[in-house]
Structures are given as structure tokens and as C-alpha cells.
Design a protein around this ligand. Sequence first.
Ligand code: AMP
Length: 188
Amino acid sequence: MTRLRRVCVFCGSAPGARPAYAAAARAFGALLARRGIDLVWGGGNVGLMGAVADAALAAGGRALGVIPEALAERELAHVGATELHVVRTMHERKALMADLSDAFAALPGGLGTLDETFEILTWAQLGLHAKPVGLLDVEGYWGPLLGFLDDALDEGFVRPADRARILVEHDPARLLEELGRERVPLRR
Ligand code: AMP
């Protein structure tokens, strides 16, 4: 097992339509804290972003936020964050979140979550990093996206090694275990 020190969570700035989404975000945040792993997240206090950070902090963990100055107001920058890095742009946000973290977990979310998750997967595909990336599949939320990626593989646009890199688990503890598993970087 690799010792994970910091895990980056990408997730919705909305709470989503089902209570299970926020419950999963809270479970994941609390689990990180119990394992002594710092949370790296978008620094916001809204939706699932707020839920994951609140839970990590309430369980005695550390939450490191990275927020662009233009969003600090809209996403209500979390005043309880252990560290809040205010950056200039969205691109700086993604780069700093990536640098700070040993692994990445995507919880349910919208366009921003998809953008962040696909950018980190694309960087892995290009060999710019070899950090694990996983999806927490709450109530089958990621199923249609994974089906699409399987079609993209069949159609020759996604390589098998890049599809295989995406870890998927329903249970927060299983996902964390998978993210921490020692693995040889996939060959491209
Ligand atoms: P959403 O999944 O759309 O609710 O967004 C989740 C988070 O992703 C929010 O903090 C958004 O501000 C953030 N986000 C959206 N687009 C980008 C981007 N291009 N780069 C970095 N963060 C983004």
C-alpha cells in the first residue's frame, strides 16, 4: 500500500437530487479524517463540496482548499478550511490541486467535476503524472458515463490502458483502499 497523505476530491457545487449524494460525501470526508489523510478540495462551502469538507473537519481532519478569487464569493469560500489557497484562475486551481495530492476521487457532480476529472485523466494518459484516479459511484451515478467510455473504447478513441486506469467503487472505504494500492504505472 502506498501511504496516501492527501487525496483530492472533485465533486458537485450542488447537493444533487438525492440525499445519498451528500451522505456519501460526508462518509468520504469523515473516512479521510479517520485515516489521517488530508482532504484537498475546491475550497467551497456549497453542495457536496461543503459536505465533504465539513465532515472531514468535524472528524478532526485537515481540509486544504484551492479556490480562484473570482469564485470565492459564489462558492462561499469555506472559512473553516485548514488552509485556503486563493489562486487567480481555474487553471491554477486545477494545477495546484493536482500538485498537492497523491490521488484523486470524483464524487457525483456536474460540468466542473467532469472537467476536473477528465483533465486529471488526460494528464495521466499523457504520462504527466501516475497518480491514481477513482470514481465513487453513488447510486449508479457514473454508470452512463462509464458506458459511454466503453463505447469510446470500442470505437477506437480511448485506449484500453486509459480506460482501465479509472477505478470505480461504490463504497468509500473500498475506493480509498484501491487508491492506496501499490500499482505499476499502466503502459500506454
Ligand atoms: P460542478 O460539478 O459543475 O458543480 O463544479 C464543481 C467544481 O468544479 C466547482 O468548484 C467549480 O467551480 C469547479 N470548476 C468548474 N469548471 C472548472 C474548471 N474549468 N477548472 C477548475 N475548476 C472548475
